[in-house]
Design a protein around this ligand. Structure first.
Ligand SMILES: O=C(COP(=O)(O)O)[C@@H](O)CO
Length: 249
């Protein structure tokens, strides 16, 4: 299988004020001194994208949003459109994160509509999927992620730049991670579902792993077959920790 360059993306979630720009500056400085062997992206809160774009100008660090609305504009108080995320300086956007699926009731169809909006705005979507602990314990992990791929990836993704992130919900922010065998098994199933949905267009896009990735476990996780990178939460908030993961690639 043709593998694309790995992508390590940090999701700051609802953390970070202007003072946190120092972490982005430290990351940029370190990557200027030692080039990364992978793509590196930071996804700060929407309010920081514009300022972060200025801090990271002329560095290889890419910027992403954490969500966008499916509509281009209108009466959607509190929301930002894909074009706004792009206009602020982002290249990518995380969509369908489990915290949005669980906390905001986002369905696979909602996620697919947001993916369409992101593509129309020129953003590269990172589409999150993953099973809950109850689903894993019921032996449904593969069925759940396969269903999420089928429902969340619109056919228009074929031939476009995008990534899928497998994030078991029970591994997010808990310090728990699946075994390497479990990660490999799910990634193989996700790849099969991507090919079933998109044909050849489903073969190349990276499948990231996310959930309690840290410097101490990144190397072994990133070495698993068809792990195309990492989506990192807590460990992306400190430049030194995030660099430890980037160096593991
Ligand atoms: O939610 C994620 C994982 O968070 P961790 O704190 O790394 O467990 C993933 O989307 C990155 O934000």
């Amino acid at each position: 299988m043709k593998q694309s360059v790995k992508l390590v993306a940090g999701n700051w979630k609802m953390n970070g004020l202007g003072a946190s720009l120092g972490e982005a500056e430290a990351l940029a400085k370190a990557l200027q001194e030692q080039a990364a062997a992978c793509r590196v992206a930071l996804c700060p809160p929407a309010t920081l994208i514009d300022r972060m774009a200025r801090v990271l100008a002329d560095t290889p660090v890419e910027l992403g949003g954490q969500d966008c609305h499916a509509e281009a504009s209108g009466a959607f108080t509190g929301s930002v459109s894909a074009a706004m995320v792009a206009d602020a300086g982002a290249d990518l956007v995380i969509l369908g994160h489990s915290e949005r699926r669980a906390g905001f009731g986002e369905t696979d169809a909602d996620v697919a509509a947001k993916v369409e909006a992101a593509l129309a705005a020129g953003l590269e979507p990172i589409i999150c999927i993953g099973e809950t602990l109850a689903e894993r314990e019921a032996g449904q992990a593969i069925a759940v992620v396969s269903r999420q791929v089928a429902g969340s990836l619109p056919p228009s993704l074929s031939g476009k730049a995008f990534a899928v992130a497998y994030e078991p919900v029970w591994a997010i922010g808990t310090g728990l991670t699946p075994t390497l065998e479990q990660i490999e098994e799910v990634h193989a199933a996700v790849r099969a579902a991507m090919v079933a949905k998109l044909g050849e267009g489903g073969r190349v896009a990276p499948i990231l792993y996310g959930g309690s990735v840290k410097p101490s476990n990144a190397a072994e996780i990133l070495a698993v077959a068809d792990v195309g990178g990492a989506l990192v939460g807590g460990a992306s908030l400190k430049a030194e920790d995030f660099l430890g993961i980037i160096r593991a690639v």
